[in-house]
Write a protein that binds this ligand. Structure first.
Ligand code: ZN
Ligand code: ZN
Length: 323
């Protein structure tokens, strides 16, 4: 074998290993809900990429699971009672320890409406969220999320009720739960004003919530809640943390390539809107140009609905002009 072909073969082997190491199958259907082992004691259940509908029962976001001898911690409980119960069922296949805590990464319904399943099965589990999430949910937003998910899914999520997190976080705490250390991170308004990222130093894993999204338009589902500049800063912050594995709110778990893609999406989006704003175009006039600038992400879900996201970024660009 010539040296060049040996090198080529070696490169191919390394490449396939590299791809394999980060190969996460994103389910197409609720029947594919599965526990993916990420490290010795960390698992992720990856949600499908799409909007909540009858068929998926709100199984659209990722749930992280940390198992220890003293109990189980869940990061995001899914979008319905049914999904919460399926998550608990999957956990019971790898441990008989009780769930002692849930972190809800932010206010959006797909990340906390499954709390009811945990509360039913483990009445003593503590439910943590950023204080702003609890404040918003307790001032009427919990019922709004129930209504939104109820009208999208009807009796497919029967029995789902709002169990609002009971323990407020500021986002700078270090907590000891079931023998594990968890570091909270909050960088101000980003994907929402209520985001917490949860670092699990023992495994060098960051549960990033929707600060990091891969494979679907970043913050496209609820652009009214987000700050483009704030989320760019939050992803940069996440990239600076001493972790090796990123669990996004939506999309595959992986290394830095996951948040780096989120960052590129947001930067290209913002710069593109800024450019056409400076040229005097209105938001609806620049839509196709912005989509063209985002060509790298043309396969991501939600690109067909990106007009709303563009108009919210447009408003933010406009507001920045008058700061
Ligand atoms: Zn989400
Ligand atoms: Zn969200």
């Amino acid at each position: 074998m010539k040296l060049s072909s040996i090198t080529a073969a070696l490169c191919l082997t390394m490449l396939s290993f590299w791809v394999h190491a980060h190969n996460v199958t994103i389910p197409k259907d609720i029947s594919e809900l599965a526990l993916k082992k990420v490290t010795d004691d960390v698992y992720v259940i990856h949600g499908i990429q799409g909007l909540p509908e009858k068929q998926n029962k709100g199984f659209i976001s990722n749930s992280g699971i940390v198992v220890s001898d003293d109990g189980v911690v869940i990061i995001d409980s899914g979008g319905s009672l049914q999904i919460g119960e399926m998550i608990l069922q999957k956990i019971s296949e790898v441990t008989d320890k009780p769930v002692v805590a849930v972190f809800n990464t932010h206010v959006h319904g797909d990340h906390w409406l499954g709390n009811v399943a945990v509360r039913n099965a483990f009445p003593d589990a503590r439910l943590y969220a950023h204080e702003r999430a609890i404040e918003r949910l307790n001032s009427g937003e919990a019922e709004q999320w129930l209504d939104i998910f109820g009208s999208a899914m009807g009796d497919a999520i029967e029995g789902t009720r709002a169990v609002v997190p009971d323990t407020a976080l500021k986002g700078d705490e270090t907590l000891k739960i079931a023998g594990n250390t968890y570091k909270m991170h909050h960088t101000g308004k980003a994907h929402t004003d209520s985001d917490i990222m949860i670092e699990h130093p023992a495994s060098k894993v960051l549960f990033a919530g929707d600060i990091v999204i891969y494979g679907s338009t970043v913050s496209g589902a609820r652009p009214e809640d987000f700050s483009a500049k704030g989320q760019i800063a939050a992803v940069e912050y996440a990239l600076g943390l001493p972790v090796d594995i990123y669990v996004p709110g939506h999309g595959p778990t992986g290394d830095r390539e996951i948040p780096e893609a989120t960052l590129r999406f947001l930067e290209v989006l913002y710069e593109s809107v800024q450019t056409y704003y400076d040229e005097g175009l209105a938001d609806f006039e620049m839509r196709d140009k912005v989509v063209a600038d985002l060509a790298e992400f043309s396969g991501w879900s939600g690109m067909d609905r990106i007009g709303r996201l563009i108009s919210f970024v447009y408003q933010q660009v406009e507001a920045a002009e008058f700061e």
